[in-house]
Design a protein. Sequence first.
Length: 143
Amino acid sequence: MMSSDIKAISRYLAKNHVVTLCTTSGTDLWCASCFYLFDRQSMGLIMMSETHTRHSEMALANPQVAGTIAAQTKNIALIQGIQYKGRLNLLLGEEETKARQLYVARFPVAKVATAPLWLLSLDEIKMTDNKLGFGKKLFWQRG
């Protein structure tokens, strides 16, 4: 992986704010769209979700997740998007407090919300960026 790949991937993650999250437990599958805040330091996405939602219950049983982040464009030359796999874990204690400060700074409406925060630790990313050339792929993997 080139350092330019991680820079481009990080810029894209920071620029966007909605992730499609796919969870599984046993033979059951579920996807959800969630607002997120990109945390470059942990290479993760901070998300807010009640623990009683279907995707949260599944993540508590099996933290392995996958999904996408993609903007909607009609121009094929402008297509950008991410496919990822990672681990989704409920934040507790000091980690949750720090994450909530960051999350509320990005999404002020969340200040009144009491739903717990989660960290999606990204383990592998493939980014398609047609702005760099048709079909151009960038890669990152947690070392």
